[in-house]
Design a protein around this ligand. Structure first.
Ligand code: UDP
Length: 219
């Protein structure tokens, strides 16, 4: 009998953190770890942390009734490129969430997400495709998050915040809450530096750092 194959795409730092979550998720579904592989376009090794490592072409050639992949690469532009490639080859988007993730009422998550251990999505939240919430990150009530948004570890995103596509929020950043009907907005492709305290809107494409967060000027 031909079985489905599951992949963690990206066999570097984040991929190695996502793999055990993926393995555990499949175990709960009664799916063998033998049906789980790393996929990486550049890896030189054939095994990593007990799992096979395949090139993408090998993954497509492997016998499988269906192929699923979670994109475990923090760079959102790469995620978008790989999502398009997977869609072309009928590789299905796969969401992997740690067993201890907490989601409260009406938290809607798009396809292909990764929710790392201790991530929390509270109530009345909308999140787009291919979101990453790294360890200990939270999204509070009434937030709206676009596609390919990345939270590094320990991001505190308070209520009524709007985050547009491809924004990257660095480790330990704190985002002040907005108001109902008047969210604090982090624009498309903006970067919030690690430890920043964001108290006002961040324009699209801007990088902000510090407390209170201000535009980063290279010096
Ligand atoms: N990668 C890939 N195909 C691509 C781009 C990246 O397979 O088109 C792999 C790359 O070989 C590396 C991983 O994705 O193993 C990205 O690793 P990196 O350390 O840059 O990111 P992180 O794991 O920190 O998100």
């Amino acid at each position: 009998m031909t079985l489905p194959l599951f992949a963690v795409y990206g066999a570097s730092g984040y991929g190695r953190e996502v793999m055990p979550l993926a393995r555990e998720q499949l175990r709960h579904q009664g799916i063998s770890a033998e049906q789980l592989v790393f996929v990486d376009d550049h890896s030189e090794v054939q095994m990593m942390n007990g799992q096979r490592v395949l090139r993408y072409a090998e993954f497509l050639q492997a016998e499988a009734s269906a192929r699923h992949a979670v994109l475990a690469i923090a760079n959102s532009a790469i995620r978008e490129k790989l999502a398009a490639r997977c869609a072309e080859n009928r590789v299905l988007p796969w969401t992997v969430a740690a067993a201890n993730v907490v989601m409260l009422d009406d938290a809607v998550l798009g396809e292909g997400a990764v929710l790392s251990p201790f991530a929390m999505l509270t109530s009345n939240i909308r999140i787009g495709r291919y979101f990453h919430a790294n360890i200990y990150s939270y999204v509070a009530h009434d937030c709206v998050i676009g596609d390919f948004v990345t939270f590094a570890p320990g991001v505190k995103c308070n209520g009524n915040v709007l985050i547009e596509d491809h924004a990257y929020i660095g480790t330990g950043a704190v985002i002040k809450q907005g108001k109902p009907g008047h969210p604090l907005v982090i624009g498309r492709g903006a970067v919030v530096g690690m430890g920043a305290v964001v108290t006002r809107d961040v324009p699209a494409g801007a990088t902000v750092v510090g407390n209170p967060a201000k535009p980063f000027i290279k010096g």
